[in-house]
Design a protein around this ligand. Structure first.
Ligand code: BGC
Length: 897
């Protein structure tokens, strides 16, 4: 009997545990325990975890204190009746510069049951005022050589009391690498990252409490030219932001007795040069271990021969805390193959086109010089091919000191490559000597997509690797040639796909502030951001589909994450861009200016039959004018700016009318009879209702005329499949997806691509290359199809921004027997896994707590829906779907088709 009671109690207890909601995954400003933020009212987010279904938050309570075990709090929200569990803004008293804050939250569920308090999360405020910076900017105290070896700086200091905490605040004009007592500070690379330096310069903060000793300590800093004064862009000049390389560093130390001390860059520091003899982003790094000043970041090193430093009064009012995740090392990849090319080069194949660098471990004699060159592809005969890197030599040179085993890797340069040519290596190349390391912004992976077709899985792999390689603090066009710039068009077309694969909220929030900072006073938007092509004050930019980054990315981020603040922050910039187009229009027609158009669309040499898919760039411009205006209206509506809603709604009506008058015949033929023209007109609702279906039909005939190939460039490609699905042609979209001859998504896959190519035919069927002046094998733009794979094939969509309401609507086709997608929303994981078989359709769905979903299941049999083997009530929806509305939880649906 006792046993039975015990069992009953245990199971009852377990049921309570199961029933109880747990609060976890606390984020501040979408970051896990950030060490420095400068938001005045940080946004706090959490997730509700529960095994139960239909879990909803009805209220929350937050408390914030200045210690992890606080009994008294600086802010207690009290019980707030609200379902909001993401981006809840702090509402307490003003936050103090440099102060750490600890917070917890508990929630009430739909049964009004309160959860336990969450574990304690943390954030630390940055230095909010320029006067908090006691450090001074310092530059080397010696005359730099022409080759610009990396300057090194050191400061030895003694601490006499027991240390409670110590934080390094650091930034540079250039890039920095810091060490304390012989160990690297932090695991971020290419810091302080790239921003519109003249307006916004990020600093980083590192907790170094465990690195300092209560005795002699040394802080040592190495600088590289980086984006600040290195060579970037097409401009043959370097030093676009300034000629001087400089560092600003402050160590804030608190002792256990409550007293504080700071160690700052100032005129007491020493400077010299060391092993890094030169370093440039495009050209690589030269490291000479014979020049390494052994022990220079350790106490006791004799720096009497070193120079002093110069103190400079560079700006401090542009300093900002780091908002996005810093660049970190990620995958490490061992050589797949080591071989000799027909020309006799020793080459390593890493099997993946990647971005980062090769770590070389070697022993040899002093002065032995090993050169590593990088390439994305081999040419037709199988030789090492670098012509497509243009002037980027992308070569690292390592000179051995001869003292045992030596390890080399660059610091302030990186490469985009799959193959590495090795010169000067005196022994046989062994896999253990080489390791490729990837580098990219440390964004959380959020999505995965797979299906029964291995080529499509490779396509998804290529999209993901394109993102990994090109989300390196700013969204770059490509990672290998003498470019690597924040091309605005590329970023906007890929932004939605990017938000599925990784959490890009902070990445784009930071970059969009640079877009606004570099926007010209007349509202035009530069082609690249940070703007190193034109520079402040100039007024070009303004290319359609590129400049629209200013409206499209904020809106896409709002849809993905539901954080209104990006709309608030960018509103003025959005409006300025629409204002620019309005100001340059005549009779509501925007048909002036230089535009990149539907960049890299299908075109044919000696085009006698007019097969080239040329879309008028002014027609495109009118479509994007309409779309940007629509997004401005949407944004104004979210922000409650009703006057603007009205004003721009009127404008949009006129823009559309002008479009139809100028570019569309009475029967609905568009004057550029191309896929892109129909796609943009339909995607952006530029046509009146009655002309839409016929336009979609014309699009399909066009696709058929090209024997089921796409002919779209950068601007048409992201939307073509969505338009087809919207107008009932998902079957054609599948056929396009599965096409594997040029031009198509799978053609590069069939040619062995491991990333997305810049051109549909970077390597032609006969093995020859497209023109070397523009032929990147790692350019994410055409990877924008990923969005359709998540949203249409797997069917995961937001019904409300940020996914508190979800739609799951899979689309079968292409002979796929299954497709699986998982996506980590701000609320938790959404899954849609479907498979077909024996005339049945199976759909496994996961919906996170505190959200709900409408699930559409492809079947007409609403009476036969089973969930986990039991009957489940469904409604008939349109278009061959049945529909169920569900709350959070895991569901296994099956139905006869
Ligand atoms: C870049 C592109 C960019 C384009 C603008 C190229 O050099 O690599 O991706 O969008 O220029 O036309």
């Amino acid at each position: 009997m006792k046993k039975i009671i015990l069992l009953f109690l245990i199971s009852h207890f377990c049921a309570i545990c199961l029933a109880q909601v747990k609060v976890d995954h606390l984020l501040t400003e979408n970051l896990n325990n950030p060490e420095s933020i400068d938001a005045k009212s940080p946004a706090l987010s959490w997730q509700l975890l529960s095994e139960r279904r239909n879990v909803n938050q009805t209220a929350y309570e937050i408390r914030v204190g200045t210690s992890p075990v606080a009994k008294q709090f600086v802010w207690e929200s009290g019980k707030v009746a609200s379902p909001q569990s993401v981006f809840v803004t702090y509402g307490g008293p003003e936050l103090r510069s440099g102060q750490a804050y600890y917070w917890q939250v508990r929630v009430w569920d739909e049964n009004n049951k309160v959860s336990p308090w969450s574990a304690v999360a943390y954030w630390k405020m940055g230095l909010l005022n320029s006067s908090d910076w006691l450090a001074q900017w310092i530059t080397p105290g010696f005359r730099e050589e022409a080759s610009r070896p990396s300057p090194i700086f050191r400061k030895e200091f003694h601490l006499h009391k027991k240390i409670k905490s110590a934080y390094v605040y650091i930034t540079a004009h250039g890039l920095y690498d810091a060490q304390i007592n012989g160990k690297r500070v932090g695991d971020a690379y290419l810091t302080p990252g790239w921003t519109s330096y003249n307006n916004r310069l990020q600093y980083q903060v590192y907790n170094v409490t465990g690195m300092l000793k209560q005795e002699a300590n040394v802080i040592g800093i190495t600088l590289g030219s980086g984006w600040y004064r290195g060579h970037v862009g097409f401009n043959p000049k370097d030093g676009l932001y300034g000629k001087d390389i400089a560092v600003l560093c402050q160590v804030n130390i608190t002792y256990t007795d409550g007293t504080t001390e700071t160690v700052n860059t100032d005129n007491t520091w020493k400077s010299s040069t060391g092993a890094i003899r030169s370093s440039e982003i495009y050209y690589g790094e030269v490291i000479d271990h014979r020049k390494e000043q052994q022990g220079w970041t350790l106490p006791g090193f004799d720096d009497s021969q070193w120079s002093g430093v110069k103190v400079n009064d560079f700006a401090k009012n542009t300093l900002i805390a780091t908002y996005n995740e810093p660049v970190k090392q990620h995958e490490t990849i061992k050589p797949l193959k080591i071989f000799k090319t027909p020309k006799g080069d020793q080459v390593i194949d890493f099997g993946q086109n990647l971005v980062g660098w090769v770590k070389l471990t070697v022993s040899g004699h002093a002065g032995d010089t090993i050169k590593l060159s990088h390439a994305e592809v081999l040419d037709k005969p199988g030789d090492f091919y670098t012509a497509n890197l243009r002037t980027a030599t992308a070569q690292n040179t390592y000179i051995l000191s001869g003292s045992g085993t030596e390890t080399f890797e660059p610091h302030f340069s990186w490469q985009g490559f799959r193959y590495v040519k090795v010169e000067g290596f005196h022994a046989d190349l062994k896999p253990e000597n080489f390791e490729a390391v990837t580098l990219y912004s440390d964004m959380r992976a959020t999505g995965s997509f797979s299906c029964s077709n291995p080529f499509i899985n490779q396509l998804q792999h290529n999209i993901l690797w394109g993102q990994r390689g090109n989300f390196l603090d700013v969204p770059t066009d490509c990672p290998q040639r003498d470019e690597r710039l924040g091309w605005t068009g590329d970023a906007q077309v890929f932004s939605r796909t990017a938000s599925f694969n990784m959490n890009v909220h902070n990445f784009f929030t930071k970059w969009m502030k640079d877009v606004a900072a570099d926007q010209y006073s007349n509202g035009s938007v530069p082609h690249v951001v940070p703007d190193v092509l034109e520079g402040p004050g100039s007024h070009p930019g303004g290319s359609t589909g590129w400049a629209d980054v200013s409206t499209i990315v904020p809106w896409n981020m709002y849809l993905a994450y539901g954080d209104k603040r990006i709309l608030e922050n960018q509103y003025a910039s959005m409006k300025a861009w629409v204002g620019y187009m309005e100001a340059h229009s005549h009779n509501d027609l925007w048909n002036v200016g230089d535009h990149f158009g539907d960049w890299l669309f299908y075109s044919v040499n000696d085009d006698r039959f007019g097969r080239s898919a040329i879309t008028s760039s002014y027609l495109i411009a009118q479509c994007f004018y309409g779309y940007s205006t629509q997004l401005l209206i949407n944004t104004a509506r979210v922000l409650g700016k009703n006057d603007d809603v009205n004003r721009y709604t009127d404008l949009l009506t006129k823009i559309k009318r002008a479009f139809v008058n100028e570019y569309v015949t009475r029967n609905g033929l568009i004057s550029s009879d191309t896929q892109t023209a129909y796609v943009l007109a339909l995607q952006f609702d530029m046509l009146p209702e009655e002309l839409r279906q016929q336009a979609a039909d014309r699009l399909v005939s066009n696709i058929k005329r090209y024997n089921i190939h796409l002919t779209t460039g950068f601007l048409g490609t992201p939307y073509i499949s969505h338009v087809l699905s919207r107008f009932g042609y998902t079957d054609i979209a599948y056929q396009l997806l599965l096409q594997d001859t040029y031009p198509s998504w799978l053609y590069p896959v069939k040619m062995g691509a491991t990333t997305i190519w810049e051109r549909w035919d970077g390597i032609r069927p006969d093995g020859s290359f497209e023109e070397q002046s523009m032929n990147s094998f790692n350019h994410y733009a055409y990877g924008a199809i990923g969005d359709w794979m998540y949203r249409i094939i797997a069917g995961i969509n937001e019904a409300a921004p940020g996914y508190q309401k979800i739609i799951i609507k899979p689309h079968t086709g292409g002979n796929f027997s299954f497709a699986n997608a998982d996506y980590e929303t701000p609320y938790g994981k959404v899954s849609s896994h479907w498979k077909t078989g024996d005339d049945q359709f199976y759909l496994d769905v996961q919906i996170p707590s505190n959200t709900s979903a409408s699930v559409y299941i492809p079947s007409k049999n609403n009476g036969q829906l089973l969930e986990s083997g039991k009957n489940f009530k469904a409604d008939i929806a349109k278009d061959g779907y049945i529909k169920v509305d569900i709350g959070s939880g895991t569901y296994h649906f099956s139905v006869a088709r």
